[in-house]
Design a protein around this ligand. Structure first.
Ligand code: ATP
Length: 467
């Protein structure tokens, strides 16, 4: 049986276990400093992570139509079905009524759980297509994620051909780094789109030059919010957008991410810094059972100089349909030592030694935008071995990925979580996917720290690998 609880304790909310995962049923009041006690407390909705909850989700017959309570236009719901989204995921089923109620919300749910569709349905419920004004704004941390979100929005907005167009089209503008701002400026002047999907940098340039104003925005969504607040480049402009360029009373604000470290602090900041109104819903859903049945975590320990050969033998043994090999950005120390970056080393080695049928591709921050787009296009068209830095770790949806390899261990548990979340992204499929970290014995304690923090256990790789 599944439980949803709506808490509104006097002093606030908190989790007495690891805040990022599960334990939704273990809520205790937070001790709020007296100076903050006058604030009205956030409301918490929790999806209890229990085996019965997973079973209930699997057998649920709720449809999007029932779930959206008549608030999302009919043609959008028809498109949802046509695209193949027959029933809502757990997160969509539980968060949609909250989102559609019009309250500010923090959507904290596991990677690949369908947060994008949930917040896009909110956008469609609010936007009036007859009105030529920017009514919804989605801010994303990377160009790649922006293109993906804009694509899904356009797919949902498309009128089915056989029915013909019965009303003004819903338009989506992707205002992303590396785009043609001149063209966007003319577009905004001539016929403003209803939805803008933007990266912080490009958006700020348009706002500073007053080519775009946010006073007509009724819903503001910030995806991968923790990443943006943690980024020195994005944090300041994002705060400005939240407080100076738009006002909280005119808009509904939604923050989404699979990781919100120190989320109690984040919730209070939301209210205190006036990023949201003082009643905010915190929707927290981590269905562990689902997670664990999809992922198998392995570790392979070896010496540093053996890593490439170990990677190769793992690829031969696993024969993945499609895989991402994560490497870290090059450190200053290694640059100064004149070493090649991990990405170059891995790519060059695989191009000469890998004999499987998959193409080897690269995706890293230093590549130009076109090369990055092409790499992602190719990965989506056929199985590939994608050697990537953490740029591929946030939000990028590659449903065919069966294997993730950490050639370099990520720097934080949050990065580990997002890297692992690039696989097992087909809700309801239950496909078993593997996440393997290739570590030196000295790195074992780092991985152990991630295991403790994220509450999972790695198995040592056996030859041949057990699964
Ligand atoms: N109701 C549904 N039925 C089937 N598939 C779905 C449904 N909702 C979403 N999906 C698919 O699930 C995948 C993951 O969805 P999405 O990208 O929204 O996840 P997310 O929660 O935003 O993940 P992340 O935190 O990694 O960004 C996508 O391929 C999407 O098409």
């Amino acid at each position: 049986m599944e439980t949803i609880r709506c808490f509104r304790p006097n002093l606030g909310i908190g989790f007495n276990k690891n805040p990022r995962f599960g334990h939704g049923d273990s809520i205790v009041p937070l001790k709020v400093p007296p100076s903050r006690a006058h604030h009205r407390s956030p409301i918490t909705l929790c999806c209890k992570a229990a085996p019965e909850a997973a079973a209930a989700a699997e057998t649920t017959t709720t449809t999007f139509r029932e779930n959206c309570g008549g608030r999302v236009p009919d043609h959008v719901l028809r498109r949802v079905e046509e695209i193949g989204f027959v029933r809502p995921t757990d997160v969509q089923r539980q968060s949609l009524p909250v989102l559609l109620s019009g309250r500010d919300c923090v959507l904290h749910a596991q990677t690949g759980s369908g947060k994008t569709l949930a917040y896009l349905l909110l956008v469609f419920s609010i936007v009036d297509v007859q009105r030529l004004a920017v009514q919804a704004l989605i801010i994303v941390p990377t160009r790649e994620l922006g293109m993906q979100v804009a694509k899904v929005a356009r797919m949902l907005a498309a009128e089915p051909a056989e029915r013909g167009m019965t009303h003004r089209p819903f338009t989506v503008m992707a205002l992303l780094d590396g785009g043609m701002l001149k063209r966007h400026k003319s577009w905004l002047k001539a016929e403003p789109p209803q939805l803008v999907v933007a990266t912080v940098g490009s958006l700020c340039r348009m706002l500073e030059k007053q080519f775009l104003k946010l006073e007509t925005v009724q819903v503001l969504i910030i995806d991968e919010v923790d990443f943006m607040f943690n980024s020195s480049e994005q944090s300041y402009p994002l705060r400005k957008i939240l407080t100076q360029y738009s006002t909280i009373s005119n808009r509904q604000t939604v923050f989404a991410s699979a990781s919100i470290p120190q989320h109690r602090r984040f919730l209070y900041d939301c209210v205190q810094q006036k990023w949201t109104k003082d009643i905010i819903i915190f929707y927290h859903a981590f269905n562990f059972v689902y997670c664990l049945s999809c992922f198998i975590y392995f570790l392979q320990s070896c010496d540093k100089h053996e890593k490439l050969h170990v990677l190769l033998s793992l690829l031969q043994m696993d024969a993945p349909k499609s895989a991402i090999i994560f490497v870290n950005d090059q450190s200053e120390l290694s640059k100064r030592a004149g070493d090649p970056p991990s990405a170059t080393r891995v790519i060059e080695f695989l191009k000469t030694s890998y004999v499987g049928h998959l193409d080897v591709l690269l995706l890293e921050d230093d590549m130009n935008f076109n090369a990055r787009v092409n790499a992602l296009l190719e990965v989506r068209q056929r199985g590939c071995l994608l050697v990537a830095t953490d740029i591929a770790g946030r939000g990028i949806d590659l449903p065919e990925m069966t294997h993730i390899y950490n050639y370099d261990l990520p720097r934080t548990a949050t990065d580990y979580l997002h890297r692992a979340g690039r696989t097992a992204r087909m809700p309801f499929s239950g496909e078993i996917c593997c996440v393997t970290s290739i570590i030196t014995p000295q790195e074992r304690f780092v991985l152990q720290r991630f295991e403790n923090e994220l509450k999972f256990r790695c198995e040592v790789v056996h030859h041949p690998r057990k699964s």
